[in-house]
Design a protein around this ligand. Structure first.
Ligand code: CA
Length: 439
């Protein structure tokens, strides 16, 4: 899975010139997948691949017969309204299509005119969710996040004793997952005001975002079986951005003893583009565990995993308030961190999820949990940035925030980039808070 091949060659260029623009997320070496249709039409939703500022329409590619053999067969699974069938095919088919598309979109391809006819400008498309998401699980894989949050509630013992042994997670809600551009009403719920003896009901006053990476499951496993750590990558189709919107006041009151419920199930926003694990192969990096910490149990450990189990992906969160939007001012950065700080890797999350025989299915979504790094400007939620709402922060236009206000939009971005390698970007996952609906 992690092997590099001709598609990763950083010298390759596309006839779509924008793929070579500095800072472009969607290079020829990336080729992420989404479900799209032309804006404002009732066209059928179908699979597309990003190249520069264009979407390559995979249904059109099949219709024009621009691929052959295994790549053609794989592309046929991308012509419907969700990528589940394609995700189910597994790495050989994913890789065959990637190779076919890489060759089709290269400078000098003999099918350039035909391929060009299958391009739709990104500016002219709408996106749907990349797959029908049957189940959604959210983890808690960043030790920096777990420690920062734990410190607010338990200054003497920020980390619970299980944290360094077992990847913590909970089963979330898939029905309210939306694609970038999602608007949602501020949740209304129960919370216990400080010093009160009975709960208040009303709009959340501590609405937050969480900077996470989403993991789309590939073939998965049948009930009763498990996915071994070293096979886990073959069951991960790709990664997206994920914002796990969280109402901290509702969460603090309802959380005990069973964990998040209405504080998180009202909305989750993901990016439309799913970046394949194969595209990220050049950004694999050793997975390490501090010698002072417990080393992972055998089912979460292997020599191969230690050699390349982590991913070097920059993760960024930005805020654009209503006032900034009206002034046409750019979004302000809230955090810049990296997935490589995660305590548990993506493969460990998959292996752990299935070790009891729980089955994962094509198109299931796992979240890594809020990704925070060790630095103060690397925290992936406002809860951490404002130390539990005690320290407001200032925005460039003079506004201040502790938690999100109505009209605020949070934009998540991610990219992998390094000298001598092609940039592999995720685009963005943007979502906006609307006023609460009256009870
Ligand atoms: Ca979360």
């Amino acid at each position: 899975m992690s092997a590099r091949n001709e598609t990763h060659d950083p010298a390759l260029t596309s006839f779509v010139a924008s793929a070579q623009s500095p800072g472009c997320d969607f290079t020829l070496q990336n080729l992420p997948f989404a479900i799209f249709r032309r804006k404002g039409t009732k066209e059928p939703w179908r699979g597309g691949v990003a190249i520069g500022d264009q979407v390559l329409d995979l249904a059109a590619v099949c219709k024009r017969d621009l691929l052959a053999g295994a790549s053609r067969e794989a592309a046929e699974h991308c012509t419907g309204a969700g990528l589940n069938a394609f995700m189910a095919l597994g790495p050989q088919a994913w890789s065959a299509l990637r190779l076919g598309l890489s060759r089709l979109l290269r400078t000098g391809t003999r099918n350039m005119a035909e391929a060009r006819a299958c391009l739709v400008p990104m500016a002219h498309v709408d996106y749907a969710l990349p797959a029908r998401i049957g189940d959604y699980t959210d983890f808690y894989a960043s030790i920096h996040h777990a420690t920062n949050v734990g410190r607010l509630f338990r200054p003497d013992q920020p980390l619970l004793p299980n944290y360094k042994w077992v990847p913590i997670g909970y089963h979330g809600r898939s029905s309210s997952i939306g694609v970038s551009g999602q608007h949602f009403a501020r949740p209304v719920g129960q919370r216990m005001p400080r010093g009160a003896s009975r709960p208040a009901v009303g709009p959340s006053e501590r609405l937050d975002y969480e900077l996470e990476v989403g993991i789309f499951v590939g073939p998965g496993n049948v009930p009763g079986s498990r996915i071994a750590l070293d096979d886990a990558a073959q069951h991960v189709f790709g990664l997206c951005l994920l914002n796990d919107w969280s109402a901290r006041d509702i969460q603090a009151w309802e959380n005990q003893p069973l964990g998040p419920f209405l504080s998180k199930n009202f909305a989750t926003t993901i990016s439309p583009w799913v970046v394949t694990l194969e595209a990220l192969a050049p950004y694999r990096t050793p997975w390490t565990r501090d010698a002072a910490d417990p080393q992972p149990l055998p089912y979460l450990d292997s020599e191969r995993h230690r050699g390349e189990g982590a991913l070097d992906i920059q993760l960024e969160a930005l805020l654009q308030t209503q006032r900034m939007r009206e002034a046409d001012a750019p979004a302000a950065r809230l955090a810049l961190t990296n997935l490589r700080y995660s305590y548990w890797s993506i493969e460990q999350l998959v292996a752990h999820h299935t070790m009891n025989g729980c089955n994962l299915e094509p198109g299931d979504l796992l979240g890594t949990g809020t990704q925070s790094g060790p630095g103060e400007d690397q925290v992936g939620s406002l809860l951490e940035l404002t130390r539990g709402g005690k320290q407001p922060f200032a925005l460039p236009d003079g506004e201040t925030r502790t938690f999100l206000q109505d009209g605020d939009a949070v934009v998540l971005r991610a990219y992998a980039d390094a000298p001598g390698k092609a940039r592999v970007g995720f685009g963005e996952a943007a979502g906006q808070v609307m006023p609460a609906r009256p009870l």
